[in-house]
Write a protein that binds this ligand. Sequence first.
Ligand code: FAD
Length: 575
Amino acid sequence: MSEPDVMSSSKKQFTLKNLPPLRKASSYPTGCPATYDYIVIGGGTAGCPLAATLSLKYKVLLLERGGSPYGNRNVSYMENFHIGLMNMAPDSPAQAFISTDGVINARARVLGGGTCINAGFYSRASSSFIQEVGWDEDLVNKSFPWVEEKIVQWPKIAPWQAALRDGLLQAGVAPFNGYTYDHVSGTKVGGTIFDETGYRHTAADLLAAGDPNNLRVLLHASVHRIVFNSRQGRLKPRAIGVQFTDENGRHHHAFLNNNKDSEIIVSAGAIGTPQLLLLSGIGPKNHLKSHNIPVVLHNKYVGKGMADNPMNSIFIPTRSPPRQSLIETVGITEEGVFIEASSGFGQSSESVHCHHGIMSAESRAQKIGQLSTIPPKQRTLEAAQKYAQNKLNLPKEVFHGGFILEKIDGPLSTGHLVLTDTDVRNNPAVTFNYFSHPQDLNRCVYGIKTIERILKTNRFSELSADGTGFSMERVLNMSVQANVNLIPKHTNDTESLEQFCKDTVITIWHYHGGCHVGKVVDQHYWVLGVSGLRVVDGSIFSRSPGTNPQATVMMMGRYMGVKILRERLGREAGV
Ligand code: FAD
C-alpha cells in the first residue's frame, strides 16, 4: 500500500470544525442495524487518535463512558486543574480512587481521557524505549509530529519553573538541553498541551483529523461487556460486539460487521482495560467465578504487574506567592529520578484548606465511597476522618509557595488489580506496593537529596522569607504535615528519609500495566487466546514512557491506527 493513501487525509487543514458530532449514547437506536469495521472502547489519550485514523478508511464506533470536554471550564483552563480533580460528582471528568496502599489517585472519565485532566506536560519516549517495545522508528517519527502540530505548544515559562531550571543546573543536573520534546539526561523545558492563555488542547481535538462520515462517537456509553462468539468448532472465542449502557442506564448492543478483519480495540486505560477484560470473562478463572462471571478464557495475568511511579513532594513556602504553573521544567538524572515542580495553587483562602493543586487530596477520601466497601491496608474510615481533620489544622504558609517533586522512573515495585464488584462504573481495587523494592526506596532518597541541593542554591535561597535559604528540616516537616495520603505517619519522618519517602508517597498519575505484552497481549497487542480483540493504551506498558507518558500514548494511538490500516489495505490489495 502506498503511504499517501493513509496519510493524505491528514494533510487537509486541521480545524476543530471537522470534529464529528458528539452524541449522547441514548441517541443510539435500540436494535440499531448498523455494524462497524472497528469498535474502539474508550475515547481517551490513545482511543481518540486511533479512532480518528481508522475512520479515514473504515466505519468506526467510538464508545466513551464520560461526557464532552468542550465547554467544561475545569477541563479547559489550567487554573482549574486542582478544582477539576476535586470534583466528586458522578459525571466528573476525574473519577477518584484510593489504592489499597492508601494513596489517593484519579482516572479520567471524559472524551479525551487523561489529556483532559492532566498537568499537560509533553515529552516523547526515548529511542531506547521505542527499540525495547519494537516499534517501527520511521512510523514513530511520523506519528509524534502528527500529534504535536495539532495540540502541542512550548510554554511561556513561569517564574517558578525558571527558578527550578536554574536551581537544577546550579545543583549539577546538567547539561541544559533547552526546549525539547526529547527524553534526555540533564535539565530541559518540555512541551505542553496548554496554550499561552492557559487553554487546554486535548486528545479529543484529534478526532477532527478523522473522517466525520465514518466516525460515530457516543458519549456516556459505558461498555460493561465484550461479546464473544464461542461457537463449537471455533479455535478461539471471537470478539464480535459490545454491550453498553447509556446515560439513562438503558442497555444497548453494537456489533462488528462480518468482515474477518474487523476488530474491537480496548483503549479504556490502565484501570479500565483490565477491569473490562475481567468483566468480559478474560482473567484468572477463580477470581471470575468468585464474581459469577462466565469464563471465556482463563488468563492469570490479567490485572497483574500494575505499577505507579511513586512521587514525593517538598512544600516550599516562599516570600511572595509565585504565579500558578504546572510542569514545564524537568531535571532527568542518570539515577532514574526525575525532578519536576508546580506552583501557586493554594493562594485563595478557599484552596488553602480544600485544594492544593498537584497535591490535592483532601476530603476526597471520604467522598469516593470505596471506604465503606472494601477494607484495604490503609483505607479505613478512621484514617480518612483523621486525615480530613488534620487538613483543617494546616499552617497556611505551607501552601503559599510551590512544590518541587521527584518521580521514580521504572519502579521495580509492582502490584495488581482485582474486581470489587461487577459494576463497571465502580473502581476495581488496585494495589501498587510503592517502595516494596529497596531500589525504588534508594532512588527516592536520592531524589530528596537532589531537591535539598536545589534548595541550597542561590536561586532558591533568594525566594525564602528572609532571603537566607530554607531549612531542610522545616520543609520536610511541613511536607509530612501536609497530609497528602492516608498512610500513618511516624515520628522519625524527618530524620529518616526512607521513612519520609514511604509515609509521604503520592502519585504523579503515571500508573500503567495490567495487560502486559507476552502475558495478556502479543507484540501486536492482540489479546492472547481470543481473536478480533486488541488493547491499545497504557495498560500494555511495563514502564511508563518518556519523562511523562501522554505524548507516547497519543502517538501510539496514531501509530497503531496507521499500522492497522496499512496491513489491512495491503491484504485487501493482495500485497
Ligand atoms: P485514558 O486517557 O484514561 O483513556 C481511557 C478512556 O477510556 C477514558 O476516557 C475513560 O473514560 C474511558 N473508559 C474507561 N472504561 C470505559 C468503559 N468501560 N467504557 C467506555 N469508556 C471507558 N502525563 C503526561 O505526559 N504529562 C502530565 O503532565 C500528566 N499529568 C497527569 C495528571 C493527572 C491528574 C493524571 C490523571 C494523569 C497525568 N498524566 C500525565 C498521565 C497521562 O495523562 C495518562 O498516562 C494517559 O492519559 C493515559 O492514557 P490512556 O489512553 O491509557 O487512558
